[in-house]
Design a protein around this ligand. Sequence first.
Ligand SMILES: [Mg+2]
Length: 251
Amino acid sequence: MPFRTTGKYDLVICDIDGCLSPESHAPINIAGLSRIAEHNRLAIQNRDRPVVTLCSGRPIGFVECLCRLIQNTQVPCIGENGVWLWRPTDNSFECDPAITDEHLETVHEARKLLRSLFHASGVIQQPGKSASVALYHPDTDYLRSIVPTIAEEFQKRNWPIRVLMTWLYINCDLQHVNKATAIDRLMTQTGFQRERTAGIGDTMGDRFIAERVSWFGCPANSEAEIKEAATYVSTHNEVEGVLDILDQLAH
Ligand SMILES: [Mg+2]
């Protein structure tokens, strides 16, 4: 049976970095998160408000942990920009079936190339990714400066990999996999409907969430460009902004 509520929405698909936790390594606001957890507990118990699930570029293990912290026991969450679903109902992981051995081989080649080009300059490949590469460097301006070179090197080799800078990382993801393709899988498997689904995000990577939902909100700290895609922009930052957005959805 699909999860249905008595409210206008059944589901909220929420980005993590810049929404529920800072994109930096600053501590997570656990008081705010516990209010999200309380929201989810009531949503699942009373079916009177939408359940909040996660859709993030982070490694799926990080997403699974936050999903459990916010007490979402019902709805799959999405990690690695759409590569993985994790289902809290039975603890199962699903890699996008459209990712072939050949794609994995290309990602592996990309890892080797990026290591040979940038390891000496201190560029770190974020651990925990399995079908994509995320790059980090403490000097964000330096990191931003190497984006065109990376895109060019991939293009020269005809690798089907998208290169996108977030606030602090460079994400190299398979072109045919993104947050939207994972949301499609989630919807098909669970029976949630776009008209009864809302989304929350803070950067242009979240346009893939915005285009799959019927209502989209941004916390105050979001990029100007994604705010233009929003139905509502909160005056509060990060998790306080998400809590404010959940309030808006209740009315
Ligand atoms: Mg974000």
